[in-house]
Design a protein. Sequence first.
Length: 233
Amino acid sequence: MSPNRIHTAVLRLDGGQVLPISERLALGRRPEDHAVVARIGREEIDLGVRDATISRQHAALFWKDEALWVQDLGSTWGTWIDDQRLSSNGLRCAGTPLTVPERATLRLGSRLTFAVERMSHREIAPEVSTGQFAAMTAHIPPADLARWHALSNWAHEIADVLAHSVTLGEVENRCGKALGHLRPDEAPYRALADNLARLDAQLRLDEQLDQDQIQALLELCTSVPTLLVEEWL
């Protein structure tokens, strides 16, 4: 029986803020100051935007049956996924959910837009479903999950880079950027730092990466997101 892959997604605001969607994420505004907020469980994250066209309970994204869904929660100004407006029953009643493509644009109200990106990652353990993954990581702060998503994107990027002819300098530069998403006390940080030290020594000697080194680096880089979550759990 083949193991399941873990599906996750991120919501990107134009200003660069990234929110992980590993469980239900609701979007709305506070009535007193029109601040747009994301609600993950009991936590409320201010997105730094003021928009009176966003309803108090505007829309929600959630996982169900391995698919990401978006639902209008009865907003006044509406919710769009790409160019399709979501149905709403009005009177503050939730409308019919719609599945979200792998990459899509989510618009709330008159002008607030987000990029929604779905990703599929290596499994943490055999037969771990998306719902189980959300439950396992529910205690992890959203900021840490956002770090994990950034590292997952980096792992896919570095895998593409290492599959082609690259210089040691390029690899060192990209691995150095990944360290910025990790803390020194985390195991993946130590593993990457050790590899960077060896790369730096090779750079000083003007050596080239051999195929075994490339393969070892590739395996390390693609395992970083999994190692990080395993450490948290």
